[in-house]
Design a protein around this ligand. Structure first.
Ligand SMILES: Cc1cc2nc3c(=O)[nH]c(=O)nc-3n(C[C@H](O)[C@H](O)[C@H](O)COP(=O)(O)OP(=O)(O)OC[C@H]3O[C@@H](n4cnc5c(N)ncnc54)[C@H](O)[C@@H]3O)c2cc1C
Length: 439
């Protein structure tokens, strides 16, 4: 593969959510050459997707608009719709686009690959219209009509309330929001928010938007029912079961970090998160990490970590240091989130023997429980070897059986045969052109 046809950056950022945008902006404002690559058609990540620099009515979109405006004037090369899947050699990444392959070289790298929802298997969870809470929100943002539809929201984490409020604003009926955490944890969570006026304001806003919607703690989905598609849900509520008719079940059990790329690069991971130093540098020199892969902490933590990583990657350590105090405060919130929304052991008994755990390869719970490790289960059942490459069943089996996933190997995502042949046989990658944009 000829490297001179690729594009070279002083700082390359992978991931165009709040952490990646903040990193790219702060680095580019220091005068270095910055590129940002994201696999979605536009930047914004999970939370800002679909917002733009013009939208400034609400607090959240105001913040997004501010960053988009800075992004627009910082001279950053945005490479949207391209997914990084391999590092053929240190300092070089390969990204696949809709019909092309790119080689991206860098001096310093910022990994801001975000998080995804955690799904836990229960009878009926693979029925059509049982969706991730954030997944359903993303579909509605992309135009799925939700007006008049009944949506049960269940699982755990603050995302449930954000999604319920969003869906209700867009015309959905929300019969109930079920949170598996106990009231005692939620009360401590509310108490811990008292020192954070911004979060209190958000909580009141959610309360207003969800007025009249029942919110129950100690509650989780037991089964989803239906023929061709979802028709209803049975939940456990304070030890009793209760059924609801509904059109959608929006269900997620908090978030898990996207660690595949950091692991591929050899970054050390401890207690499930990428290990970083004060300047967000990983255990690999010149490779920084920011946002959800270093700890699930919400948008404020993602923004401050992104800024520190971007400044440090551009060589401005003194400026980065000025943000350490803000990061300390944001990290406190991450610790509270982790404690509050820890999964309760009862959820391990949700799947029946027939419940599919690996939905890509149709592997039921009964076949998995015969094995003692992720590797053995993979070899004997093909669990985790389908299109999602264990992104769904990996975290589920980690919780159900305490299995640890294997090492990560390229390609990180299923890619076209031509992309594999391209870098193996030395074919020339495309010269990237600026693609995609904001919001
Ligand atoms: C489904 C979902 C919905 C959410 N909705 C809300 C909400 O409504 N309100 C709220 O407060 N918080 C929400 N969150 C939480 C929110 O995303 C975080 O608090 C915060 O925005 C994280 O920012 P980030 O930059 O770390 O990651 P993200 O915003 O997740 O951005 C990471 C980006 O990196 C891209 N990426 C990852 N790997 C690659 C690769 N190999 N190649 C190219 N691109 C890659 C991803 O596609 C993504 O666009 C949601 C989270 C999820 C998972």
């Amino acid at each position: 593969m000829s490297k001179d046809l690729g594009q070279r950056f002083d700082v390359l950022v992978v991931g165009g959510g709040p952490a990646g945008i903040a990193a790219a902006v702060r680095a580019a404002e220091c005068g270095v050459r910055v590129g940002i690559v994201d696999d979605n058609p536009t930047l914004g990540g999970q939370i800002w997707r679909g917002t733009s620099e013009e939208e400034d009515q609400e607090e959240g979109t105001k913040e997004a608009a501010k960053w988009y405006r800075r992004f627009g004037t910082a001279g950053i090369t945005a490479l949207c719709g391209r997914r990084v899947f391999h590092q053929p050699e240190p300092g070089v990444l390969l990204a696949e686009g809709a019909d092309d392959l790119f080689e991206l070289s860098y001096r310093n790298l910022v990994l801001a690959t975000g998080a995804r929802e955690r799904f836990l298997p229960f009878p009926g969870w693979t029925l059509p219209n049982v969706l991730g809470a954030g997944g359903l929100q993303a579909l509605v943002k992309s135009g799925l009509p939700i007006r008049g539809k009944r949506v049960v929201v269940a699982g755990t984490g603050p995302l449930l309330l954000a999604v319920a409020a969003y869906l209700r604003e867009h015309g959905a009926q929300i019969p109930i929001v079920c949170e598996q955490a106990p009231w005692s944890s939620l009360a401590r969570f509310t108490g811990a928010l008292l020192g954070q006026p911004g979060k209190i304001a958000q909580a009141f806003e959610l309360k207003r938007k969800l007025a009249g919607v029942p919110f129950v703690a100690n509650s989780w989905p037991l089964a989803a029912h239906g023929g061709q598609t979802l028709e209803g849900v049975t939940i456990s509520r304070a030890g009793k079961s209760q059924s609801f008719a509904c059109d959608y079940l929006a269900c997620g059990f908090h978030l898990v970090p996207n660690l595949e790329l950091p692991l591929l690069l050899g970054c050390q991971v401890r207690s499930g998160f990428v290990q970083v130093d004060d300047f967000q540098q990983t255990t690999i020199a010149g490779v920084f990490c920011a946002g959800e892969p270093t700890g699930i902490g919400g948008v404020d933590l993602a923004l401050v970590e992104g800024q520190i990583a971007g400044l440090a990657a551009a060589g401005r350590r003194a400026e980065a240091q000025e943000l350490f105090g803000a990061r300390r405060k944001a990290r406190r919130f991450a610790r509270i989130l982790d404690r509050t929304f820890r999964l309760r052991p009862e959820l391990k008994s949700l799947p029946s023997p027939e419940t599919m755990v690996c939905r890509c390869e149709d592997v039921p719970y009964s076949r998995l429980e015969q094995h003692s490790s992720w590797r053995a289960a993979k070899l004997h059942t093909r669990c985790g070897m389908g299109p999602c490459q264990g992104r769904v069943c990996g975290p589920a089996t980690q919780f159900l059986f305490q299995w640890n996933p294997d090492s990560v190997r390229p390609p990180l995502f299923p890619v076209r045969v031509s992309s594999l042949a391209g870098f193996r046989a030395g074919a020339k990658p495309e010269q990237p052109t600026v693609a995609g944009g904001l919001g």
